[in-house]
Design a binder for this molecule. Structure first.
Ligand SMILES: Nc1ncnc2c1ncn2[C@@H]1O[C@H](COP(=O)(O)OP(=O)(O)OP(=O)(O)O)[C@@H](O)[C@H]1O
Ligand SMILES: [Mg+2]
Length: 281
């Protein structure tokens, strides 16, 4: 049987912000998880920090961590292993999932739990998430989830997602639910400045543009924290504000230019670097 290396604890993000209430609830859930099985569903819009929250939980409580893309499962059994060929012989290759559920105190992130391509692929998850916490796999026998394992699931749930892919009621029933949202502009400014090294002034400027984009009813793309971080990183690497915005966001250059113009009065930061063709050498 294929041996996987030990699952490791992720490193702590020194600049990860959450409302105090959520931090307190997570702490209570962590305590509970030492007494009985706990499943936690994190919902929220795209790029609002769901995956990072789960990773941070594992890092903070020094637990082993593993992520599984449930959205990519296309057939039952796929989480556990598959038949493979070696030297003309078939053998059963065990995947990481059985390893994760048998690793004490492991934090297991089931990503995009509402997006599984095959509804039956979720069936096997029911068994491990329910009270009996074990599953029969023909090739591996009965596998039980060991003590302290915490299942986290995440799903995008926002205006643009309502109606589609909402989570099966029976599955949702097995979770504590923590909704997360984008942080306030003040906090987002700290995130951008601290994580990328740009100045507070530059961060404020990015968020001014981003704030305009977010409140514009004619723009139907969400500008997530992931996006504002991409803009900040590009600026930290030398791009101008305009360049960073144009190449990070899937929003037309015209729209970005007009927003920049509208706030230009208050700033001289927008560089007007040349855009002529030249040799890329
Ligand atoms: N509250 C926060 N504090 C610090 N950084 C954050 C916060 N929220 C999001 N980020 C940063 O934004 C980026 C996107 O976050 P993440 O990938 O966790 O979002 P997500 O909700 O899982 O996105 P998706 O919906 O695409 O799965 C990451 O780099 C993350 O560190
Ligand atoms: Mg995610």
């Amino acid at each position: 049987m294929e041996k996987h290396k030990q699952l490791s604890t992720p490193t702590l993000d020194r600049y990860f912000y959450l409302p105090e209430e959520i931090i307190r609830v997570l702490d209570s859930l962590e305590k509970l998880s030492r007494e009985h099985p706990v499943n936690i569903l994190i919902t929220g819009r795209q790029g609002c920090g769901k995956s990072s929250l789960i990773r941070q939980f594992a890092a903070y409580y020094k637990r082993p961590f593993a992520v599984f893309q449930i959205g990519q499962l296309s057939e039952p059994g796929q989480l556990f292993g598959e038949h493979a060929l070696k030297g003309g012989e078939t053998y059963y290759q065990e995947f990481l999932f059985p390893k994760a559920i048998t690793t004490p105190n492991c934090v297991i992130h089931l990503e995009e739990i509402n997006r599984s391509e095959h509804p039956k692929a979720l069936n096997e998850l029911f068994s491990v998430l329910s009270e009996d916490r074990s599953i029969w796999v023909d090739q591996l026998g009965q596998i039980g989830v060991v003590d302290g394992v915490v299942f986290f699931a995440s799903m995008n749930e926002g205006e643009e997602f309502t109606g589609t892919d909402s989570l099966d009621v029976a599955l949702r029933d097995r979770f504590y639910i923590i909704p997360v949202d984008y942080p306030s502009p003040e906090i987002e400014k700290k995130i951008l400045a601290n994580k990328t090294g740009i100045s507070d002034k530059e961060a404020a400027l990015i968020l001014k543009v981003v704030g305009n984009l977010r409140s514009d009813p004619n723009i139907n793309t969400t500008v997530s924290v992931r996006h504002s971080l991409m803009v900040a990183e590009l600026m930290a690497a030398g791009a101008s504000l305009k360049e960073a915005l144009v190449y990070s966001l899937s929003i037309s250059r015209d729209v970005i230019e007009s927003i920049l113009l509208s706030i230009h009065v208050e700033t001289q930061e927008i560089s007007t670097k040349s855009n002529e063709y030249t040799l890329f050498l």
